[in-house]
Design a protein around this ligand. Structure first.
Ligand code: DX5
Ligand code: ZN
Length: 220
């Protein structure tokens, strides 16, 4: 069985005081710290990279750093993000050839880091099938990746349910994460469909009381 987890996305944090922002959500009950890495090619935006993961690891030795790589050919950076201190690396299945995805997963695991694979809204879940049995996490995007603050795509819930059913058959301990447009109204929809890890950027960092907001996301 998988348990519900909240993963605030620091994309919506105030980068001028990132350490304080992360400390606050960890104190408030965040299970994972979600780090969105964007290269301006796989997605039309550039965000943060290896040095930020390194700094977070130094400042928060025991935090679970859930690193979401929205970059092309992620296999090129597996070593760097593992050494920087990621707890889990998620790659996009659309970002490289199946051979290189397999390599990226193997290299990550060899570093002792957990692995995740993600699908964009227009990608069928079946694209993940070759790797489903070996993953620690599957990430279903509920917006087009690239930006925080977008509207939740409810039409991705069928994909979430299908993946949960398939994972229950072959990899029941695997986390199923949703990312994009998650807030108090949409969280119950995603949990109901079978997701157990909720990424929330603007909903958490935009709230005056982050701890109360994370509690609200947990309550179906
Ligand atoms: C989008 C990122 C998300 C983003 C979510 O490409 O992967 O993690 O920060 O932001 P919200 O929760 O505001 O939709
Ligand atoms: Zn993300």
């Amino acid at each position: 069985m998988t348990t519900e987890k909240i993963a605030p996305s620091i994309l919506s944090a105030d980068f001028n005081r990132l350490g304080d922002e992360v400390a606050e959500v960890l104190r408030g009950g965040a299970d994972y710290v979600h780090v969105d890495v964007m290269d301006g090619i796989f997605v039309p935006n550039i965000s943060i990279g290896v040095p930020v993961v390194e700094s977070l690891r130094r400042a928060f030795p025991s935090a679970f750093l859930d690193v979401h790589l929205m970059i092309t050919q992620p296999v090129r950076y597996v070593g760097a993000f593992c050494r920087a201190g990621a707890s889990l690396l998620t790659f996009h299945v659309e970002a490289d050839t199946p051979e290189n995805i397999t390599r990226a997963l193997a290299e990550t695991r060899a570093c002792g880091v957990k692995t995740g694979l993600s699908v964009k809204p227009n990608t069928y879940w079946q694209a993940l099938e070759p790797w489903l049995a070996e993953l620690d996490m599957v990430l279903v995007m509920t917006v087009e990746p690239g930006f925080g603050g977008q509207k939740f795509m409810a039409n991705q819930m069928q994909k979430v349910s299908a993946l949960r059913a398939r994972l229950d058959e072959i990899n029941p301990a695997c986390d199923l994460e949703v990312d994009g447009g998650i807030g108090p109204e949409t969280a119950p929809v995603a949990l109901q469909a079978g997701a157990n890890v909720l990424v929330a950027g603007s909903a958490v960092f935009g709230a005056a009381d982050r701890a109360a907001q994370m509690q609200a996301l947990r309550n179906r």
